[in-house]
Design a protein around this ligand. Structure first.
Ligand SMILES: [Zn+2]
Length: 352
């Protein structure tokens, strides 16, 4: 089945400057946008302007004092932040607020479609048996309900990325945790109960794991290279605590693993966990640094590997989430690898 792709973007993503020669640079996003424009299915893209998140929304996950501190640091011209391994400048805070806002924009769009669908159904007059017999001749067929899987798939080429950012600190090129905030927003604003986050960036999303470590309503699943950044994080045995025990799944992979090993691990560990959890909404931390071309990652996924990943994730979204899924860009540092991976992944999601 063919679907449209909701794409939330804002040029502010290009304005954040992580420092001269930094691998997390604006051309990454330009490469993604150019690849999408060139995709044979470009006419299926529905473009949305990513709004700015509010400080209160960012504080769904982060310490409010940290959010305000980042605003002030950037406003004063910025500085190099060692834990972030990147610099921030004046444009970094507005970019970070748009990156968070992109996810929220997509959430509102996906849920609005849903809500308007329900409204239309309720508005369809229900006839009693007698009435229906009497009016049979003049009755036109009931309006077709909105396509059940139309415009429920969203993507944003978010920059800066987010999955390393913790409660009160930036980390690993990330300022605010875009995907974690989106999960909380879906729950608090749109009444979604169970959210699954699948993180296929080559690095472990320590910040996202931390945000939901004790939370049984958000399943966090990460596939990443074993013993790579952020070190001592993402171990197989780390599975959450207290009520959240069993709602974190880490799948570390040996350096050099390719499509075959990756997908085998996905089928063996991730699919059963997602089936068992049965999420109402699927979120994806979509980093493309597990691509074989990537200069930072040590895995060897190909474009067709990303396609296979997409096929599996879409099946979960269709089975449990009424097709609702949003992917946010995390890493990916080779421009060709990014463009190829993103279009293979999204093309498969929308049935192209
Ligand atoms: Zn990464």
């Amino acid at each position: 089945m063919q679907n449209n792709l909701l794409l939330a973007y804002h040029p502010a993503f290009l304005e954040h400057d992580a420092g001269l020669g930094h691998p997390e640079y604006p051309d990454r996003i330009k490469a993604v946008m150019a690849a999408l424009e060139m995709a044979p299915w470009a006419d299926r893209i529905v473009r949305l302007e990513a709004r700015e998140a509010t400080q209160a929304e960012v504080s769904l996950v982060h310490l409010p004092r940290y959010v305000e501190a980042m605003r002030r640091i950037c406003e004063k011209g910025g500085e190099f932040l060692p834990r972030m391994e990147a610099a921030v400048g004046e444009a970094s805070y507005p970019a970070a607020m748009r990156a968070v806002g992109a996810g929220l924009t997509l959430a509102d769009a996906v849920m609005a479609k849903e809500e308007s669908g329900k409204w239309k159904e309720e508005e369809t007059p229900t006839l009693t048996k007698a009435e229906s017999g009497k009016r049979k001749e003049e009755e036109t067929p009931p309006p077709t309900p909105p396509a059940s899987s139309g415009e429920k798939i969203g993507f944003a080429p978010t920059r800066p990325p987010g999955h390393h950012a913790t409660y009160d600190r930036p980390m690993g090129f990330c300022i605010f945790n875009n995907i974690a905030i989106l999960a909380k927003y879906l729950q608090t604003k749109h009444g979604i109960g169970k959210v699954a986050i699948v993180d296929f960036d080559v690095h472990h999303g320590n910040g996202t794991e931390e945000a939901f470590w004790k939370d049984p309503t958000v399943l966090y699943v990460s596939l990443h290279t074993a013993d790579s950044y952020p070190y001592n994080s993402g171990r197989r045995e780390d599975s959450g605590e207290e009520a959240g025990k069993g709602f974190t799944l880490n799948v570390p992979l040996a350096p050099g693993s390719g499509d075959r090993e990756y997908l085998a691990a996905f089928d063996r560990y991730v699919m059963p966990k997602l089936e068992e959890f049965a999420p109402e909404f699927l979120l994806v931390s979509a980093g493309f640094d597990a691509h074989f071309r990537d200069p930072l990652g040590a895995l060897k996924l190909t474009d067709s590997g990303y396609k296979e990943l997409a096929r599996r994730l879409k099946a979960i979204a269709d089975k449990y989430c009424e097709g609702r899924m949003i992917s946010l860009l995390e890493g990916g540092y080779d421009l060709k690898g990014l463009g190829g991976g993103v279009t293979a992944y999204l093309g498969e999601l929308i049935g192209q």
